[in-house]
Design a protein around this ligand. Sequence first.
Ligand SMILES: NC(=O)c1ccc[n+]([C@@H]2O[C@H](COP(=O)([O-])OP(=O)(O)OC[C@H]3O[C@@H](n4cnc5c(N)ncnc54)[C@H](O)[C@@H]3O)[C@@H](O)[C@H]2O)c1
Length: 275
Amino acid sequence: MEQLQGKVAVVTGAGSGIGQALVRRFAGEQMRVVAADIEAAALAATVDGLAGTSTFIADVANFDDVDALAEHAYETFGATDVLCNNAGVFAGGLIWERPPSDFAWTLGVNLWGILNGIRAFVPRMLAAGTAAHIVNTVSMAGVCTNAFSGPYTVSKFAAQAATECLAHDLSAIGAPIKVSAVVPGAVATRIATSGRNRPETLAALRSDDAQFVEQALADLTATEGAPPEEVATMIVAAIRTEQFLVPTKPSYAKQLRDRCDALVDRELPPMPDFD
Ligand SMILES: NC(=O)c1ccc[n+]([C@@H]2O[C@H](COP(=O)([O-])OP(=O)(O)OC[C@H]3O[C@@H](n4cnc5c(N)ncnc54)[C@H](O)[C@@H]3O)[C@@H](O)[C@H]2O)c1
């Protein structure tokens, strides 16, 4: 989709980080934007002073919320040309120590958020019959495995599989809808404090392993994280050129190759350095 001006984008997880940068970037491209998040104040700050934007509070883990978001987008702007299923949360630690609530939470947001976005928006996009692009924010943790990251990595591998299946299905029926999977490494966002949005029904179990990995993630994203604006620029380029995989660093090509080589050699893939 070369021409973005005047088109309509919907972005989830728009209150912070990559989602916030996407909203601002799309607005800068003179697109109309529906910004959605679970955090009302953060969402309001994202669109402050931006023309052609609308906000919507939605928990992406809840299908009714996402369906209402789609209804809102079509009622407000009459279309959805670009959908960014971006909302995501992190939980990690030693896999045998992590409670079911860690998996329920990460799978709920990182996998079901994407599945709900697909189910709510794709039928409406197909009915419109116009060109569209769906961008799912996955992670390098969706294509490579690492220690201390079981709940997050399991959810992101599933998110990557869902994104590839979506692209295959749309291609199989000849739909004019393209798909991208964004696989960032470290980005300077608030991902390490995702627990701020964790529902009480899925309360965390505090433990040394979880605290260790959260601190490591906080340090990594703060000191070496790419600016979210850079990731937004890569995503806009991928929409324009219909690029499927969007790794945020050239070094990720080697990490992907190393993983595949190890599997072909029947070995455990090495842990990559998500620099
Ligand atoms: N920051 C990184 O290093 C990094 C690396 C790889 C992938 N990612 C992915 O990027 C995406 C964006 O995260 P970020 O890094 O910008 O983090 P962030 O915490 O800064 O932003 C995430 C946003 O998602 C929102 N959110 C959380 N749960 C939600 C829910 N249930 N429904 C709706 N919104 C919800 C939060 O309120 C927040 O505004 C996520 O999918 C994350 O997994 C981030």
